[in-house]
Design a protein. Structure first.
Length: 195
């Protein structure tokens, strides 16, 4: 399987690029978002790739980031979404924005994509919401841990204590403290008072 392509950009079109890697020109279908990251012809480029084998064809898709490639894989796992429609969906914004739209159940964001109707947009939300929300939660937790964000760390602590992420956010709403432990204690007092 071809997982990545590095080489000189030979052709750069609105829907695809051709990259010369060791004398072989690879045609990769790309989203508008990935195309922004591909330099002009003659420059070197690196793209993550996904090879789709069908009975009558082999198609190579290129992505500027692993995150976008992973979202592409999730999208094509949804019934009714093929690679071309997934690329069109990815052209509508960054992978992170689209993941947030899925997590927020923003079906209208996907209905704007050619080839995706109301039912298919709703199917995307239903089938991918939990997978995407989990990925976003991990991302938020890692960012919070790196930054030392007391509120995010407290939220994670409450989730580890058995609260749902939304419940944890509601318990932390309106609380203010510098340390995560203080926020957790205050949130638990708030939860106890509500019962």
């Amino acid at each position: 399987m071809i997982a990545a392509v590095r080489g000189e950009v030979l052709v750069r079109r609105p829907d695809h690029v051709v990259i010369d890697a060791a004398g072989v020109g690879y045609r990769l279908t790309v989203s508008a978002e990935t195309l922004k990251a591909v330099p002009a012809a003659g420059s070197e480029a690196f793209l993550h790739a996904e090879l789709i084998a069908r009975e009558d064809s082999l198609a190579l898709y290129g992505f500027a980031s692993e995150e976008e490639r992973d979202l592409f894989r999730l999208l094509i796992s949804v019934s009714g979404i093929g690679p071309k429609v997934a690329i069109a969906a990815l052209s509508g914004g960054s992978a992170r924005e689209l993941m947030r739209a899925i997590a927020a159940a923003d079906a209208k964001r996907f209905q704007a994509v050619p080839g995706i109707g109301k039912r298919t947009a709703e199917r995307i939300i239903v089938e991918l919401r939990e997978k995407v929300a989990g990925a976003l939660e991990v991302e938020v937790a890692l960012a919070a841990a790196e930054q030392g964000d007391a509120r995010a760390l407290a939220r994670d602590g409450l989730v580890n204590l058995g609260y749902a992420p939304l419940e944890a956010e509601q318990l932390l709403e309106g609380l203010d403290a510098a340390e995560p432990q203080e926020l957790i204690a205050a949130a638990l007092r708030k939860a106890g008072a509500a019962r």
